[in-house]
Design a protein. Structure first.
Length: 298
């Protein structure tokens, strides 16, 4: 494995096993995350994603794990806020206080909220407590730039939904390119969510059901390499091309990542990952790793 791939993939995957298409039970998701944390690819793993409404269920499953009372590094959680944001945020604060008093070894670090327009972002931001990372999931539409400006004004982060269980849930390559360029222009960091099980853009089934329809899905290497280029100032038309490239178009070596005549040194790639393109949520941790193996990168 090259150093540039390690830089790109470190702490990149938020495990969302509770969510479709996997939609695993809580106990199985918690068990998987514990297993992945102990595995050889634990360095790729970031947070466990859980709805606020299921935090107590999570804690119960967590405390049933063997050795849960002696975990040296706390489990970092990202909590999905529901329609009653005020109540959910109060629940999160209470959860962290209770978990801390019990030395449970878990902590909610990030909040993920949906906002349809700049006004909703500003209203929700007034409810946000200090000490949390907050991510606003915004639509890929003619409102994208205005929403990103609002996120910048309230000092939060953006969230890009990159797929789902049907074709309509996948934003176009042009929409994703515009999102990345707008975030870079406003110096707003972001995470991605859904539809990124695969490393490279391609045709895949939307769900794990045998009768599932198939369609073009985004690739996490495409998106995060494109994001690093966007942070360097690359314009939307070229970013869109990066998003559609096959795996052999990218060169990973010990100095950085290359696409055509463009090159991102490891130092800049690390900076982008640390402060711009932060992570993506996936209901599978194994599929991204398997894809990297198929590409010969692991």
């Amino acid at each position: 494995m090259t150093e540039s791939l390690r830089v790109l993939m470190t702490d990149l995957i938020d495990y969302a096993g509770l969510f479709p298409p996997a939609a695993l039970p809580m106990k199985a998701s918690v068990h998987n995350f514990d297993l992945y944390r102990r595995g050889e690819h634990a360095w790729m793993l970031n947070r466990f994603v859980v709805p606020v409404a299921r935090l107590d269920e999570f804690l119960c499953a967590f405390e049933q794990l063997p050795g849960s009372s002696d975990i040296p590094v706390p489990w970092k959680l990202s909590a999905i806020v529901g329609s009653n944001a005020k109540s959910d945020i109060a629940t999160i604060v209470d959860f962290n206080q209770r978990a801390s008093s019990r030395n449970s070894g878990v902590i909610v670090e990030a909040l993920e909220l949906k906002a349809a327009d700049p006004g909703a972002i500003c209203q929700l931001a007034e409810l946000l407590p200090r000490g949390f990372e907050s991510y606003f999931e915004i639509p890929c539409s003619n409102m994208t730039e205005a929403c990103i400006r609002a996120i910048a004004e309230v000092g939060s982060r953006a969230k890009l939904r990159t797929g789902g269980d049907n074709a309509q849930m996948f934003p176009s390559f042009g929409d994703v390119a515009d999102f990345l360029v707008a975030c870079a222009s406003s110096s707003i960091s972001f995470k991605a969510s859904a539809g990124l099980h695969h490393a490279i853009k391609g045709v895949h089934r939307y769900t794990y059901e045998p009768e599932s329809a198939s369609g073009i899905m985004h690739g996490f290497l495409n998106i995060f390499v494109a994001a690093a280029f966007a942070r360097q100032g690359m314009k939307a038309p070229d970013i869109e091309t990066v998003l559609t490239e096959p795996g052999q178009a990218f060169g990973f070596d010990h100095t950085g990542v290359r696409w055509n005549e463009c090159h991102i040194p490891n130092e800049e790639l690390a900076s982008a990952r640390h402060s711009f393109c932060l992570s993506f949520g996936s209901c599978s941790f194994n599929e991204p790793i398997d894809d990297l193996r198929v590409l010969g990168l692991l």
